[in-house]
Design a binder for this molecule. Structure first.
Ligand SMILES: Nc1ncnc2c1ncn2[C@@H]1O[C@H](COP(=O)(O)OP(=O)(O)O)[C@@H](O)[C@H]1O
Ligand SMILES: [Mg+2]
Length: 236
């Protein structure tokens, strides 16, 4: 099965990647898709949402081990990330994700329609391979995110495209004010488009604010994001 790989990525922590990954993965399950969440974040956090251990399944899977997946009550499959325990550190047996571990074939082997990846903070060559394996890259950007960090991810995507990568990449602007919308529009000039999310009712009602050709969708609920992602998969 040729599953779609969706990677949520920004080099900055605390921008809402993990929250987006977990909600998007569940949204896709609710739409009837088979989905695996792969937590490659360093450090990982997705497991805390499900009360499962950070046993390193995701890294082991990428390295070629056919480890079992956790199944959540809603039917989502999860490969939790890696939090080295003291004995791993002491014995020098820590797992490291290397560029050669990031292979599209490992995502395909998961045999689900969608693979949602939480990716964060490795060496640039590892990060670049992860983006190269992805069909869709969403780059969360909040009002507090340093400009350079979002821009450097978009730059990496641009370079990949020059190298023949056929994936799509969007800025995922989390906005509260008109000023935030303007900033997101500006940054998204270097992306395929801008996905705007706001929980601000008053802002959401000002539809003219969002009438830019760069804005592909304005969402107030993750459900709508999941629907858009599925549609992307169909045309892509
Ligand atoms: N859309 C949002 N609105 C408000 N708070 C959010 C939103 N998304 C995430 N948060 C909060 O921001 C913090 C960081 O989110 P998280 O998803 O862990 O970011 P990251 O994975 O990029 O480090 C968490 O406390 C989370 O609850
Ligand atoms: Mg995170």
């Amino acid at each position: 099965m040729m599953g779609k790989v969706i990677t949520i990525y920004n080099q900055k922590g605390g921008v809402g990647k993990t929250t987006l990954v977990v909600n998007l993965a569940h949204g896709l399950v609710r739409l009837g898709k088979s989905v695996t969440l792969v937590d490659l974040a360093n450090p990982p956090y997705c497991h805390k949402w499900f009360g499962i251990p950070a046993d390193g399944s995701a890294l082991r899977w990428m390295k070629g081990e056919d480890v079992p997946r956790y199944g959540t009550r809603l039917g989502l499959y999860v490969l939790p990330g890696y939090w080295p325990d003291a004995s791993d550190l002491f014995d020098g047996k820590e797992l490291h994700l290397e560029a050669e571990d990031i292979r599209r074939e490992r995502f395909e082997t998961l045999q689900t329609e969608m693979v949602v990846v939480d990716g964060y903070r490795y060496e640039a060559i590892v990060e670049k391979e992860l983006l190269r394996c992805s069909d869709l890259v969403l780059v969360p950007h909040t009002p507090g995110t340093p400009l350079e960090s979002s821009q450097s991810v978009l730059k990496m995507c641009r370079e990949l495209r020059k190298e023949g990568w056929t994936g799509q990449y969007y800025l995922f602007g989390i906005v509260e004010t008109l000023g935030d919308v303007q900033k997101s529009l500006e940054i998204s000039k270097n992306a395929d488009g801008l996905m705007l999310v706001t929980w601000n009712e008053r802002l959401r009602k000002r539809s003219t604010v969002f009438e830019s050709p760069r804005v592909v969708r304005v969402i107030g609920e993750y459900h709508n994001l999941a629907m858009w992602v599925v549609k992307q998969g169909e045309v892509g």
